[in-house]
Design a protein around this ligand. Structure first.
Ligand code: AMP
Length: 211
């Protein structure tokens, strides 16, 4: 199954992608996580991307398209993959078509902006394996370290309030158009994000028809 997860920053795309990745045994491809890795390694791509990410802007289409092109050719994508954070513009979606990638389903996770702002300020991420947590809604077992690899969890620099505001604006002005784009193609399934992560996951399985 080739799946796209759409949603505003903080809607829970990463968490549900991770959950589905384990359930369906297919990898998650998160352009945001790939870019953050490049920033950490201080590669040319990372240095370029950092200028955009820190202001809450989108990284140029050509950069992320190149990342996706290379990543989906890898062996582990043969039986399917979950795209988390790509496409984010109609242009990127059209490029995916040009790559001959057949998308089976697009899952849109809808959450109100007020809830998102509260969520992002409490979000914590593992800088090693990219698992995500929330200080109150979805804490790690000991509250500070990753359950999977025991790395110390951190807050993302782009979860700072002004950057969150910009990211939400970018979502509403550019990415939200993809909801209609995929609805028109008959691929869209919608879930409404719940307060509790497990409740959202149950709804995700139900709309996708996965047992
Ligand atoms: P995310 O982890 O998906 O919230 O992505 C973090 C940041 O990475 C975004 O705010 C963008 O600056 C950048 N980014 C990730 N995916 C894309 C994309 N498909 N197109 C453009 N920029 C992206």
């Amino acid at each position: 199954m080739n799946l796209i997860i759409l949603g505003a920053p903080g809607a829970g795309k990463g968490t549900q992608a991770e959950f589905l990745s384990q359930k369906l045994n297919i990898p998650t491809i998160s352009t945001g996580a790939i870019i953050r890795d490049e920033i950490k390694k201080e590669t040319d791509l990372g240095i370029l991307a950092n200028g955009y990410i820190k202001d809450g802007k989108l990284v140029p289409d050509e950069v992320v398209i190149e990342i996706i092109k290379n990543r989906i050719l890898k062996d582990d994508c043969k039986n399917g993959f979950i795209l988390d954070g790509f496409p984010r513009t109609v242009y990127q979606a059209e490029e995916l078509v040009k790559m001959n990638v057949k998308i089976d389903t697009v899952l849109s996770i809808e959450v109100k902006d007020e809830v998102i702002i509260e969520r992002l300020t409490g979000r914590r991420e593992c800088p090693n394996c990219h698992s995500t947590y929330h200080i109150t809604d979805n804490p790690s077992k000991n509250g500070t370290n990753c359950d999977k690899c025991n790395t110390l969890l951190i807050a993302r620099s782009d979860d700072e309030p002004n950057t969150v505001k910009n990211r939400l604006e970018v979502y509403h002005s550019q990415t939200e158009k993809l909801i209609d784009y995929y609805k028109n193609k008959g691929l869209l399934k919608t879930v409404y994000g719940k307060e509790n992560v497990n409740d959202t996951s149950k709804e995700v399985l139900s709309v996708l028809g996965v047992l």
